[in-house]
Each structure stands twice: as C-alpha cells, then as structure tokens.
Write a protein that binds this ligand. Structure first.
Ligand SMILES: Nc1ncnc2c1ncn2[C@@H]1O[C@H](COP(=O)(O)OP(=O)(O)OP(=O)(O)O)[C@@H](O)[C@H]1O
Length: 287
C-alpha cells in the first residue's frame, strides 16, 4: 500500500521566512505529530499540502496522487481542520452540515449526528454562538464524518480544556484502529504527542530538525549532565548543549553509546519530547 503522505523537498518563501526542503512521509495505520514553536512553518506546510497555498518547489503526494492535479479525488479522502475558523459565523450547524454533505460523496449523516450528541452540539446554534471548544468539536466532527482515509489537522487541540482535548485525542486514536487510515496533526502541546503519536516530526525555522518514532526518542535521546572537561570529550555526541559556570547540560541522540562509554561518570536522564523541542529552540550548536 502506498504512503498516505509523501512530501519531498517542499519549498515556500515569504519575505522574511522560508520553508526549506521539507520532506517526510506517513504510512497508513499511523499517527504523525508535527511539532514546532510558533512561526516554525507548521500551518504553512499544512496549507501547502491542502493546496491552499502554492509551493515554490518540491513534490506533495497524497495517497500516491499529485495534490494539485488530482485535488478533487484527494480532497474526498481527506478530513481536515485548519487553525483559523473557516465556517461562516452566521450559519447554523445544520446549514454547515447541508453545505459540506453536498461536497463529500461519502458523507455519513448518522455518524455526524452521533458526534453532535456525543459532543453536545445543538444543530440549531449559529457558529458565532459556539464556544472555542464547541467550534473545535464541530470541526473535528466534520473531518470525521465522511470516511476520510487521512486526517490533516492544524492544532486541533489548541485552546481547549483537558477534557475536550482528551476526547479529541481519543477520536484520533480510534481513526488508526483501521490500518488503512492515518492522522497528521500539528501541535505545540507536547503532551498530546506523548499520548497518541507514533511518529514525531520537528520543524524549526522552516527546516525539519528531527523526524523519528516516539520509541526511538525514548531509546536514543537523553539529557546529559557533566563537567566542562567531560563536555570537551563528548561534544561530538551532543545534538545541542548549554554551558553554565559549573559544567554543561546537553541533548544527545546517542544515549546508548554514551551510557556505555561513560561508565556511570555522566548523568543521563530520559529526554521528553518537550526537552528536545526546547533544546532545538534554545540550545547552542553541539558539533
Ligand atoms: N501569508 C503570509 N504572508 C507572509 N508571511 C507569512 C504568511 N503566512 C505565514 N507567514 C510567515 O511564515 C512563518 C511561519 O508561519 P506558520 O503560520 O506556518 O507557523 P506555525 O508553525 O504554524 O506557527 P504557530 O504555531 O504560531 O501557528 C511566520 O514567520 C509567518 O509570519
């Protein structure tokens, strides 16, 4: 089965920002979290994938199809959520349903109604009368009600309370119970990734700085602490580090080697996704 997503050497420049040779792929059956700080290029990448922006270079294939030439076929199979509200404020939920059901061949009315009940969304309410959480739930309900093979979601849990967040993450986990389906979602909430992502792709300043599995993060990455003398010996094994008056603290992607090599002389602690993100944002160059 072909990959659900294949992005190769994607490029897009604004006046003071550029996406530079972004590449990643997602196979069916998996959830990929796309993580990075504010302004890293997450929404731009997602809008390019959905052909809402024009790319300046590279290739985007969804289900093995070109995302521009085969846009209609591709969009039928995608459920998406964008970070800006895109429903008309004066329309009711019922009117929104009527509108989107006309576009999707496989619109599942019953499923949508089930979500309305589950998420306590009254169909007569206008969009402008919904809270942020209700809007997010509505957007997810629309994305999940046409048997989409792939969900592309821009910060679907941003601004939501922990209960709603957990409900939405639960729905995403359900999606990949079907091995033909997959989820790609951007976030800067690293705990969401800890909960549901199989793959984590980090973007920083328009570049992919790390693309790996969550298991690999647990195995290979660690926070290392030691003296300045030790830093000089292991610098080449650090991705990033920061020095203080007394010593250093750094991130390694070679935890297995370092554990063996240092024979208990260095302190190695488990690196969380959040630590990795902070190091890539703030740390100094390692080698
Ligand atoms: N239409 C545009 N015109 C000019 N610059 C833009 C435009 N859209 C985005 N940018 C710039 O591209 C960069 C990346 O923005 P983007 O929205 O992709 O980041 P992001 O990772 O989604 O951030 P956030 O987490 O804050 O939503 C920013 O510097 C932003 O100012």
């Amino acid at each position: 089965m072909s990959n659900l997503i294949e992005v190769k050497n994607l490029r897009k420049s604004w006046q003071d920002f550029g996406l530079q040779d972004i590449s990643f792929a997602l196979a069916p059956g998996y959830i990929m979290g796309f993580v990075g700080p504010n302004g890293a290029g997450k929404s731009t990448t997602i809008k390019l994938m959905l052909n809402l922006l024009h790319k300046q270079g590279g290739d985007i294939k969804l289900f093995g199809l070109d995302h521009v030439k085969d846009e209609i076929a591709v969009k039928q199979q995608i459920g998406f959520v964008l970070d800006d509200t895109y429903f008309q404020e004066n329309m009711t939920i019922k009117q929104i349903e009527w509108l989107v059901s006309g576009f999707y061949r496989e619109w599942d009315r019953e499923k949508f109604n089930q979500f309305m009940i589950k998420f306590s969304l009254p169909k007569h309410k206008k969009i402008k009368e919904l809270s942020t959480g209700m809007k997010a739930k509505l957007a997810m309900s629309v994305a999940l009600s046409h048997n989409a093979k792939l969900l592309i979601l821009d910060e679907p849990t941003s601004g939501l309370d922990p209960v709603v967040r957990s409900e939405i993450l639960g729905e995403l986990s359900q999606v990949v119970q079907d091995p033909a389906r997959g989820v790609f979602f951007s976030t800067h909430i690293t705990s969401d990734l800890d909960k549901i992502a199989d793959y984590v792709t980090f973007i920083h300043n328009g570049r992919i700085v790390l693309a790996t599995t969550k298991d690999e993060i647990n195995e290979k990455y660690a926070i290392v602490k030691g003296t300045k003398k030790q830093l000089a010996e292991i610098k080449s094994l650090l991705v990033r580090y920061k020095e203080s008056q007394f010593g250093f603290e750094g991130l390694t992607g070679e935890a297995v080697v370092l554990r063996k090599q240092s024979r208990g002389q260095l302190v190695l602690e488990k690196a969380k996704i959040e630590d990795i993100m902070l190091y890539f944002e703030k740390g100094e160059a390692g080698c």
